[in-house]
Design a protein around this ligand. Sequence first.
Ligand SMILES: Cc1cc2nc3c(=O)[nH]c(=O)nc-3n(C[C@H](O)[C@H](O)[C@H](O)COP(=O)(O)OP(=O)(O)OC[C@H]3O[C@@H](n4cnc5c(N)ncnc54)[C@H](O)[C@@H]3O)c2cc1C
Length: 361
Amino acid sequence: MAIQPAAGVPLAPLTTLGIGGAAQWFLRATTPEDVADAHEWSARAGLPLFILGGGSNVVIADAGIPGLVVTMAIGGTEFRRSGDETIVSAGAGARWDPLVREAVDRGLAGLECLSGIPGSVGGTPIQNVGAYGQDVSSVIQDVTVFDRESRELLVIAGADCGFGYRTSRFKHRDASRFVVCRVTFRLRQGVPTVTYPDVVKLLQQKAGRTLTVGDVREAVLTTRRLKGMVLDPSDPDTRSVGSFFTNPVVEAGIHARVASASGESVPGFAAGAGQVKMSAAWLIERAGYARGHHAGRVGLSSKHPLAIVNRGGGTARDVLDFASQIKRAVVDRFGIWLVPEPVFVGLDGDPAVSYLGQKGS
Ligand SMILES: Cc1cc2nc3c(=O)[nH]c(=O)nc-3n(C[C@H](O)[C@H](O)[C@H](O)COP(=O)(O)OP(=O)(O)OC[C@H]3O[C@@H](n4cnc5c(N)ncnc54)[C@H](O)[C@@H]3O)c2cc1C
């Protein structure tokens, strides 16, 4: 076994929130063999193993993470024509947005609405990354994983990944069993249908000529920047995990009740079988937490009420307490239980994390 983990590596600089203590042990994996060796190393040492991608969807404990943290650096991206499709295969450690840009530059449709999302390729299947009406599940052909149970590399077809709204088997049912080493996407030349109103509005300026996937990427990036949703070291509103809560999917009757009580038009999108997806941002603002609202070292982005930002020197404790206050305010006002989107690491048993995970009383 060739690997040599380093001791006591600070993790906050490896996250977009800029929060968290050190990894007890730390390793950069550049091949699936490194991943297999890391698994053996941690098993022999009797220590837990945690996989870190781009650190854009994690809240790491102030005390750090016990055991071995493996950061994914498996690279290699390949575009291959197959009939009228292009098969794109990328290592889990590749950065997501450069991959999207390259696909768009080649005129390929399927990823353009996912422009500007930070993180790694390997992180995208975990919560079925999505934005502006697109998500990766619609174009993932398969995912190559190291299975920590059988200790072998497996190829899991997209249809078997258990994808749902911001979820997959990798996030819940099989959390920590599989390490994603490579993701393969199936894309086509063409122009997508764009439905998201803000993006549609920007694209109307191009009326009169055929839209390209490049136009859609630019419109999405412009929209995201206005919301502080594209990482920018000079914009403190981007020091976040993106959206902190997912949009709740509720019975249509609950949406109607909120609309009737508030006396205004309440955003809601049909989500199948009598269900409506509500806007978590709307609920948070109406519960008294406007954009820019803050509590000491953490607060809401001044551009988007769904992003909790580290205003400088913030801790995981600050984030959890502030997020709990927001969740409580929405429950008290609307009876709706928001569920957090990021993964909490090194925080098992924390009462705030248990509360944030609750889906009802
Ligand atoms: C400004 C901003 C905007 C964002 N906008 C969006 C958005 O529009 N839509 C959206 O869906 N998300 C968004 N996000 C959230 C985040 O960028 C995505 O979820 C991203 O895919 C996370 O990838 P990552 O590599 O950073 O994962 P990390 O944060 O490092 O890890 C997240 C989870 O995935 C696991 N994981 C990561 N890589 C692997 C791997 N190779 N194998 C196994 N497990 C792995 C980790 O163990 C952890 O549980 C945003 C975040 C920020 C900061």
